[in-house]
Design a protein around this ligand. Structure first.
Ligand SMILES: *Cc1c(COP(=O)(O)O)cnc(C)c1O
Length: 475
């Protein structure tokens, strides 16, 4: 299996060559040359593997279709080491629970940081360690976070050989829980940098450090952002696991509703559908930052500047542009890399928008690809949380509430609707309290966080200072 760039660069790479990389040399995103197709027999085999041997073996089946430069036994060992009941709290890893006759919730947030990003990041940690050891290399991951991504990365990389994490976050602007979760890590290879500024300052610092190519090279600076193909691939697996739990046989179709920001999660659903998983609808659910909803409704993709990106009560979906979106557009345009490059590097750069409204392909979005969309406002999110609590006694987090809210608009008779649960409510207890007047219970394994010692370095928003901090700790 080779990987190509959405913008047409002639380079073709193997999985392990793109594992530690970000963008392709031409600024495009990597995608597999083709999507392996699963036939009815393959689906049946995967179903049996999932229920008889477990999620890790299912992950191995899917991953080995895309990864042919890690020996089979090693890849299987990486999967079984990653997806354990111990880490994810359930034998099925991503158990499905019914809300009513048609709608169920796929629990993706029982990993170490209680958000779905653990599903991919935990595997990435093990893949990175494996590959760095094989190449005899080191990697220093530099990131900016306002919550979920940074903590998932730290919990995935803690104690891993060959990897250090330098994570910047805006001082005093994360939720208490998120802060405690990250800053209580005492592992020698994890460094939290609390920047006296806002999230954009953190991102600017990361960009400035990464554009100093000499520094980047001498200190082996890398990232783990959401465009990483391995992360996306790991997410494909739970669409299969969700499908098998929601159906009895492999002719039935299922719809998925996905709380979306950078389009990584729902793009994995698109890949699963392209592989032959019988998916009816892929519901893209956004919050007030509805660039994706607008696109799927009108064909106009218009990115926001940071001034018009709202801070909402589902903050992990507060995006100005959807960094994985180019992958889907490339497929939609029949993999025409010239057109893709024109849209994303020329039109978006110069005008901040492009429109596919008049493209014949745009008309296929619903029929052929199953994409539909909607968005929710704060008040609707609160109502969804309330309704769920009052009728079912279930507390859902605000992101999952966006997913549930939009899902209801697209239920079809006889087709199960699976809402992806992207975080647990405890991470956003202020919003829950606002909705239902009580705070969600803290799971036992997190009770200690309230009293943990914290370790972090506070710094002004100053790139040279961050650089010298990195240099000092890499010596
Ligand atoms: C990251 C995140 C999302 C958005 O996922 P994308 O892959 O960026 O679309 C939704 N909900 C939660 C809780 C997240 O952490």
């Amino acid at each position: 299996m080779f990987y190509i760039s959405t913008r047409g660069h002639s380079v073709k790479k193997k999985f392990c060559e793109i594992l530690l990389e970000g963008l392709a040399p031409d600024g495009g995103l990597y995608l597999p040359e083709t999507y392996p197709k699963l036939l009815a027999d393959d689906l049946q085999r995967c179903r049996e593997i999932y229920f008889n041997k477990g999620y890790a073996y299912l992950a191995f089946e899917i991953l080995s279709l895309y990864i042919d430069d890690i020996p089979h036994d090693d890849l299987l060992a990486l999967c079984t080491k990653t997806y354990t009941e111990d880490v994810f709290g359930h034998r099925l890893i991503t158990p499905l629970r019914k809300l009513d006759d048609t709608i169920s919730i796929l629990a993706l947030s029982n990993g170490p940081t209680l958000a779905f990003k653990d599903m991919a990041m935990q595997l990435l940690g093990n893949l990175f360690e494996y590959e760095l050891l094989r190449k005899n290399q080191e990697l220093n991951i530099l990131g900016a976070t306002s919550g979920d991504t940074g903590s998932a990365a730290e919990y995935a990389m803690r104690g891993k050989k060959g990897v250090r994490v330098f994570m910047t976050s805006p001082d005093g602007r994360m939720s208490q829980f998120q802060k405690a979760q990250m800053f209580s890590l005492m592992d020698a290879n994890i460094f939290n940098i609390a920047i006296q500024g806002v999230f954009d300052d953190c991102q600017d610092i990361v960009k400035e450090v990464s554009s100093d190519l000499d520094f980047k090279k001498s200190y082996n600076i890398g990232t783990v952002n959401s465009i990483n193909w391995a992360r996306l691939l790991a997410q494909v697996v739970y669409y299969f696991a969700g499908y098998f739990q929601a159906t009895n046989g492999n002719t039935q179709r299922v719809s998925f509703s996905v709380p979306s920001g950078n389009f990584g999660n729902v793009c994995a659903g698109h890949v699963a559908k392209m592989m032959g998983l019988p998916v009816s609808k892929l519901v893209v659910a956004t919050n007030e930052n509805n660039v994706l909803d607008d696109f799927f409704k009108t064909g106009l993709y218009k990115v926001r500047d940071s001034m018009s990106t709202y801070e909402t009560s589902s903050p992990s979906m507060d995006i100005s542009k959807a960094s994985n979106f180019e992958r889907f557009i490339f497929d939609l345009l029949q993999r025409d890399s010239e057109q893709t490059a024109n849209l994303f590097s020329t039109q978006l750069q110069t005008k901040g928008e492009f429109s596919l409204a008049d493209h014949p392909e745009f008309l296929q979005i619903r029929e052929k690809y199953g994409f539909v969309s909607g968005h929710s406002h704060h008040a609707q999110r609160l109502l969804a949380i309330q309704a769920c609590f009052e009728s079912l006694g279930e507390i859902i987090d605000p992101h999952t509430a966006d997913g549930l809210n939009v899902a209801r608009q697209f239920v079809e008779p006889g087709i199960p609707m699976v809402v992806l649960e992207t975080a647990l409510p405890i991470k956003f207890s202020d919003v829950i309290h606002e909705a239902i007047g009580i705070a969600p219970p803290i799971p036992d394994k997190f009770k200690h966080l309230e009293t943990s010692a914290l370790r972090f370095e506070a710094m002004p928003a100053n790139t040279p200072l961050v650089k010298s901090f990195i240099a000092k700790h890499c010596a």
